[in-house]
Ligand binder design. Structure first.
Ligand SMILES: Nc1nc2c(c(=O)[nH]1)N[C@H]1C(S)=C(S)[C@@H](COP(=O)(O)O)O[C@H]1N2
Ligand SMILES: [Mo]
Length: 403
């Protein structure tokens, strides 16, 4: 055992200070081998507890216990980037162009004009990546290996997409809208579009479909699309284009990058695990399935014998909403009803809670199961395997020990 603490070198100290962006005041007392925890936050502006799947492009998910707030704080909201975000986008210079075969004219709005010319609306809307839960698929599906945390619910403020589209003029043959954003392709090729998806015109015209500049009362974080993005509830979040600068009104199903082939599509009919499916047998995902998360306690909690355990979490289900929430402590043999709150508005997640008594000491799992307004429940195990690993809405499980 060394008798004296060894301190870091001056060169390391300088490097740390540079990376932290400020001088480490007691730096000369920092023991060798200890890295300032301020450096363990490689994603600027995001909570250090997020699980980072990739840093180029940035992909990070939120562990369930960090989603406990009624609305997901901006620094905890997951990030799913397909390319490189614009570097220093300026809200003051931002503009959005609406055009396309089915637009009556082509029109460009500055962000200030959007704010000044249309009524503002705020909705709580859950965004979930279509690939959330992909890590459970077997055979495995390629792509980000999300566990449960590519989901969040925020209050988004902006203008209705429909108000903007109607002010430009939508021709009667309009079928779809597509978005374009200011992020750039990983290849460095500036003329290559990263992702350009969209939604059917009917979805675009829904009241809750927004062009948003605010998230929980603040400007959007850069990684979540600053200064402007689309928000579509109940759809895979891939439809909610970030760094939005162009919308096309199409007379056919939009065919931008990641809209065609197998991207964000599932087999139109169920297939056996591992099956190869032809492109023309894959259908566009237009609805996220019913799902829920236990956000308290954190999995692995220990409680004392005889204590009641309060649990809570959120449940969501596209436009049908969640009508029933249950939990099980016996691996799904029996289910108890949880308290379930109403949604703030359509497409917002709903909060549930329960107080659980355990019959004796030992290991338990708590499973949560939501049922939507159409009677669909979450499956206990992985639902329909599909080649790209989308739509896993299996019951969330947490471990609890009673000692
Ligand atoms: N311009 C642009 N928009 C985008 C993406 C992107 O890479 N570029 N990713 C999409 C995908 S796949 C998802 S799941 C959501 C994620 O939104 P978030 O990063 O704000 O959580 O943004 C969507 N919008
Ligand atoms: Mo996604």
């Amino acid at each position: 055992m060394p008798t004296r603490r060894r301190f870091i070198s001056q060169a390391t100290l300088t490097a740390f200070s540079f990376a932290l962006g400020s001088r480490i005041v007691y730096g000369n007392k920092l023991p060798e081998g200890i890295v300032p925890i301020g450096l363990n936050d490689p994603i600027k502006g995001k909570h250090p507890g997020l699980t980072i799947l990739n840093d180029r492009p940035v992909n990070a998910e939120t562990p369930a216990h960090l989603l406990d707030d009624p609305l997901t704080p901006n620094d905890r909201f997951f990030v799913r980037n397909n390319g490189i975000p614009p570097e220093n986008p300026e809200a003051g210079n931002w503009s959005l162009t609406i055009e396309g075969e089915s637009a009556r004219q082509s029109k460009t709005f500055t962000l200030a004009e959007l704010k000044a010319n249309f009524r503002h609306h705020t909705y709580q809307i859950t965004l979930e990546c279509g690939g959330n839960g992909r890590s459970e698929f077997n055979p495995p599906a390629k792509g980000n290996q999300w566990s449960t945390g590519a989901v969040g619910c925020a209050a988004w403020t902006g203008v209705r997409l429909k108000d903007v589209l109607q002010s430009v003029g939508v021709k009667s043959d309009a079928v779809y809208i597509g978005y374009y954003g200011a992020d750039t392709h990983l290849s460095g090729n500036l003329s290559k579009t990263v992702i350009s998806r969209g939604v059917p015109i009917k979805k675009a015209m829904q009241e809750e479909s927004l062009i948003a500049w605010e998230m929980n009362g603040e400007p959007l974080p850069l990684l979540n699309g600053f200064p402007l993005r689309l928000i579509f509830g109940g759809y895979p979040a891939s439809a909610s284009g970030k760094w939005l600068n162009r919308i096309v009104i199409r007379n056919q199903v939009h065919d931008g990058p990641k809209m065609t082939g197998q991207a964000y599509r599932v087999p139109c009919k169920p297939v056996a695990p591992g099956a190869k499916v032809a492109d023309d047998e894959m259908c566009i995902i237009e609805k996220m399935p019913v799902k829920s998360l236990i956000t308290f306690p954190k999995t692995g909690a220990t409680i004392k014998s005889g204590q009641q355990l309060p649990i809570r979490g959120h449940a969501w289900a596209a436009d049908a909403g969640v009508s029933k929430m249950e939990y099980s402590i016996d691996f799904g043999s029996t289910w108890q009803t949880s308290r379930l709150e109403n949604a703030a508005n359509r497409f917002a997640w709903q909060h549930f809670s329960a107080n659980i008594d355990f019959p004796e000491n030992g290991y338990y799992e708590i499973w949560a199961r939501a049922t939507d307004g159409e009677g669909n429940s979450q499956p206990m195990i992985l639902p329909g395997w599909n080649p790209k690993g989308y739509l896993n809405n299996a019951c969330h499980r947490i471990a609890v020990r009673v000692v």
